[in-house]
Design a protein around this ligand. Structure first.
Ligand code: IPM
Ligand code: MN
Length: 353
């Protein structure tokens, strides 16, 4: 397995180091080998060179089986530059059309939802990752005048939604929830009567191929209510890029915060290169203090293993994380864990067995 490592900005390199530590340990226990290569992409490099991704970088990254990304975001770089030039650029260029974001409350982790526990909060969001408002289509008319017009268009294609919906049905089937397999389409068909009508029709058609999976639908605003009130309702959600961005931040809080939430940008096609990342940002104010929680990054490594042909190793890491959250950590918040960043990494390594 060839893994490209982009530690990135702020606390990104600190949490990446812990994820790599766990990778090293689990590779010995599960008997597989791997190579890593580090790339210095991020804010510092941008400030030095004025480029986010150097010429040829994407093609080099294509040759890796997977990419591990710590964080992007630098206080001295204007918002949008690194996000667009690095994160979104890689998602788009590598056609990582699935953004897989589990919402799972680990044992011992506090959720702000009163009376809910790990048995209630365990679902997965499949976010489309290459279309919608993220495609950057739009422009200004009469900019900086009182008559200014700004337009930003959402783009949805039949191919784009169908491949995501089909993957989500397949994923739901394989997840095989003992309480019943259910895929909920989250959209806004009552207002977005063109774009989300395409999603709705495609969802209905693909659903016919999966009679074992219940095909369900929620409007996105209602979904926000149910995620808080009855999270146990959900098994798998499939949704558009922008709604997926928003509801997965809600999901991250429900599962105990950004110290815990991990995601995968997946290109499931043969030879595709996927990228795994903790959902929290670069947290500049915590940089270098050894207080940031590496659990999300270690969780992202578990997902990388699961999706890159080492499912047993991925499961083993996920188990070890849960042993540590249940028995050791005081909190999942930065600076309140009861341990520093590297100690949490060590605890996970110990718990691998
Ligand atoms: C995320 C982030 C990104 C997104 C930003 C940084 C461009 O919020 O991964 O959810 O909107 O997708
Ligand atoms: Mn987001």
């Amino acid at each position: 397995m060839k893994i490209a490592v982009i530690g990135g900005d702020g606390t990104g390199p600190e949490v990446t180091a812990e994820a790599l530590k766990v990778l090293q340990a689990v590779s010995q226990l599960e008997n597989f080998s791997y190579d890593t290569k580090e790339f210095d992409f991020g804010g510092e490099r941008y400030l030095r060179t004025q480029e986010t991704l150097p010429e040829g970088a994407v093609d080099e990254l294509r040759n890796f089986d997977a990419i591990f990304l710590g964080a992007v975001g630098h206080p001295d770089v204007a918002p949008g530059i690194l996000e667009k030039g690095l994160l979104l650029e890689l998602r788009f260029q590598l056609d990582q059309y699935i953004n897989l974001r589990p919402v799972k409350l680990y044992p011992g982790v506090e959720t702000p939802l009163a009376g809910k526990g790990p048995e209630d909060i365990d679902f997965v969001v499949v976010r489309e990752n290459t279309e919608d408002l993220y495609c950057g289509t739009g422009g200004f008319l009469k900019k900086n005048t009182p008559d200014e017009v700004a337009m930003q268009s959402a783009v949805y294609t039949r191919k784009g939604c169908e491949r995501c919906i089909r993957w989500a049905f397949e994923f739901t089937r394989q997840r095989n929830n003992p309480q019943g397999k259910m895929l909920t389409l989250v959209a806004k068909t009552n207002v977005l009567t063109y774009g989300h009508d395409l999603w709705w029709r495609t969802f209905q058609e693909v659903a016919e191929e999966y009679s074992d999976v219940k095909a369900d639908y929620n409007h996105v605003d209602a979904c926000c209510m149910w995620m808080v009130k009855t999270p146990e309702y959900y098994d798998v959600i499939v949704t558009t890029n922008m709604f997926g961005d928003i509801i997965t931040d809600l999901g991250a809080m429900v599962q105990g915060g950004l110290g815990v939430a991990a995601g995968g940008n997946i290109n499931p096609d043969p030879g595709g290169t996927s990228m795994f990342e903790p959902m929290g940002g670069s947290a500049p104010k915590y940089t270098g203090q050894k207080v940031i929680n590496p659990i999300a990054a270690i969780g992202a490594m578990a997902m990388l293993l699961e999706q890159s042909g080492q499912p047993a190793a991925g499961q083993r890491v996920l188990q070890a994380i849960q042993t540590v959250t249940a028995a050791k950590m005081k909190s999942q918040n930065a600076g309140k864990m009861g341990y520093d960043t590297t100690q949490v990494g060590d605890l996970v390594v110990e718990a691998l067995g």
